[in-house]
Write a protein that binds this ligand. Structure first.
Ligand SMILES: Cc1cc2nc3c(=O)[nH]c(=O)nc-3n(C[C@H](O)[C@H](O)[C@H](O)COP(=O)(O)OP(=O)(O)OC[C@H]3O[C@@H](n4cnc5c(N)ncnc54)[C@H](O)[C@@H]3O)c2cc1C
Length: 513
């Protein structure tokens, strides 16, 4: 065993580096613990880490990377880690209970669904809760909106995420993903025309996202929502390999006027987050953090103060039937006749509407939480690298990673990869210094991506059924403004069109050459 020692934070003297037997034990444990999702996530890593590299070379490099991590970083990182037995699969945001649990049936077991409503909203996460909230504020008459949720409010991804209120993806990121997609499907357009179209998309998305972020802050403040909201930014350490890309993207932000995205030095990154970085990092200046489930609960509770909104949890919609002038929304508790329907079901959408298979693609992302973690990581600010995200919450650290495509049927299934958790625990000391951490919770959620990674906010038929989905893991950057937009359209209100059908309609996928 090596005799190296190091002084760490909190005056903790680090134990000697783990010896060979310990390292072998760790790597064997990792290999033996590999489950189906670990292997799928490894494939995601391969694709993300070595884009454009031949398959065999990728695998060889990945094995090298795996051995280095398995033998060096992970054993070192795990020395300071202990685990609850068993580690809970409940996200920390839901660990203290849900104030809207089994609503309204816990208090009123005899409650019945109404026979009819003006609007039925399916799904009570960020999106559905926002639709209900805006309806309660903007609808002038007493027409009813019914919010239906198959689990409890915020039981989907909205109660399982990192809690960063994003400014949306930055301009050049959107431009690049959309342009890449267009290269594959719009060979009828010239290169320049595709680029111009991708620029239009990126500008439309960023404009809507910036407004969305400000609307969330204004709402938290004006309503006095108690959801731990703080606006201190999001530092993204993209590593030395991505410095040129980073500079280009910050320049594009300046050139286009979407200036939230900028670069900062390692010293500035450290001051903001406590994260040790190399080279420049990206900073989303006006990103915020909050308690995501509390945000959902606050929105719903505020909406329920109005007589225009009803909410029924544990009520699964099995089918939406078009009956001409109205829709029949079928649930296990009965049928509601509705003039409008809003699908706020994100990654679950293809299960309800099969035509969205491969359009709304469920992807698994995961997180874990450990208490202790008295390292350098600062509170109320988001910190991430290309491999993972980290945030301080209360007395501990939340961290996570992954974006692996899963089958439609796996939407919402909780199946976190322990390998990813251990890998991130191996990385944390290098970023934030060593500290003991006791892992208490580990969970996953499903977000959804469209083929061009650009959201859909529009009618899904040519009648009165709407969809807000495909937010590419950035739901806080879309949901509130998109919900405002859809409510305004249903009510026929005059409003700025932040989600023009040209860019945000699902029909854009039918424009293949
Ligand atoms: C680990 C992780 C970290 C993330 N970090 C961030 C972050 O920091 N910032 C950010 O912006 N985003 C983040 N995301 C993504 C974010 O959580 C989602 O984009 C967002 O929650 C989507 O909100 P939603 O309301 O559209 O969907 P959901 O929250 O998934 O809500 C959909 C709801 O619909 C319900 N439902 C589905 N089908 C039916 C049906 N048939 N009948 C009735 N109800 C139904 C579901 O039960 C669910 O509650 C993260 C996600 C994960 C998993």
């Amino acid at each position: 065993m090596s005799t190296n020692t190091a002084t760490t934070h909190e005056g903790m003297t680090a134990a000697a580096s783990p010896g060979l037997p310990q390292r072998v034990k760790v790597i064997c444990g990792l290999l033996l613990g590999l489950r189906r999702h670990d292997l799928r996530a490894a494939n995601t890593f391969l694709n993300a880490m070595y884009p454009g590299v031949p398959w065999l070379v990728r695998v060889i490099r990945f094995v090298g990377w795996f051995l280095r991590n398995g033998f060096v970083d992970i054993p070192k990182g795990l020395e300071d880690v202990s685990w609850d037995k068993p580690v809970s699969k409940v996200p920390i945001w839901l660990a203290e209970g849900n104030p809207l649990e089994n609503y309204p049936f816990s208090k009123d077991p005899q409650a019945r669904l109404p026979e009819s409503a003006e609007v039925v909203v399916i799904g009570a996460g960020f999106t559905g809760a926002s639709v209900a909230y805006h309806w309660s504020k903007r609808s002038a008459d007493e027409k009813l909106l019914v919010l239906l949720e198959m689990g409890d409010a915020a039981s989907g991804s909205s109660g399982r995420n990192e809690g960063v209120v994003v400014m949306g993806r930055y301009y050049s990121y959107v431009y690049k993903t959309v342009n890449h997609y267009l290269e594959g499907v719009r060979s009828d357009l010239s290169r320049e025309a595709r680029k111009a179209l991708a620029c239009e998309y990126a500008a439309a998305y960023c404009q809507a996202a910036y407004v969305n972020a400000d609307m969330i802050e204004q709402t938290v403040r004006s309503e006095g929502f108690d959801c731990d909201y703080a606006r201190k930014g999001w530092v993204q350490a993209l590593g030395l390999a991505n410095q040129e890309l980073l500079k280009e993207s910050a320049k594009a932000a300046q050139d286009t006027g979407f200036t939230d995205w900028t670069t900062i030095t390692p010293e500035q990154a450290f001051d903001l987050t406590g994260m040790q970085t190399q080279g420049l990092s990206g900073l989303s200046v006006k990103a915020a953090t909050f308690h995501p489930a509390k945000w959902v609960w606050c929105l719903i509770r505020k909406a329920l103060e109005s007589s225009k909104v009803s909410f029924f949890s544990r009520t699964r919609v099995s089918r939406v039937e078009d009956a001409g002038d109205f829709y029949r929304v079928h649930t296990q508790r009965g049928v509601i006749r509705a003039r409008y329907v809003v699908n706020a079901t994100e990654s679950y959408t293809p299960l309800l509407h099969r035509q969205f298979h491969d359009v709304i693609q469920p992807m698994q992302t995961q997180a874990a939480f450990g208490t202790g973690a008295k390292n350098q990581l600062k509170p109320h600010v988001a910190a991430s690298t290309v491999r993972g995200f980290f945030g301080r919450h209360g007395n501990g650290m939340l961290f996570g990673s992954d974006a692996t495509r899963v089958r439609d049927e796996e939407a919402g299934v909780i199946q976190p990869s322990r390998f990813i958790t251990k890998f991130l625990l191996g990385m944390a000391p290098q970023l934030f210094g060593r500290a003991r951490i006791h892992v208490t919770n580990e969970w996953s959620g499903t977000v959804s991506y469209t083929p061009d990674e650009y959201p859909i906010v529009d009618l899904m038929d040519d009648k009165r059924q709407y969809i807000i989905a495909g937010m590419a893991g950035s739901g806080t950057g879309v949901s509130f403004n998109a919900a405002h937009h859809v409510v305004g359209r249903i009510l026929g209100l005059d409003q700025v069109d932040y989600y023009p059908a040209k860019y945000f309609s699902a029909k854009r996928f039918a424009t293949k050459a």
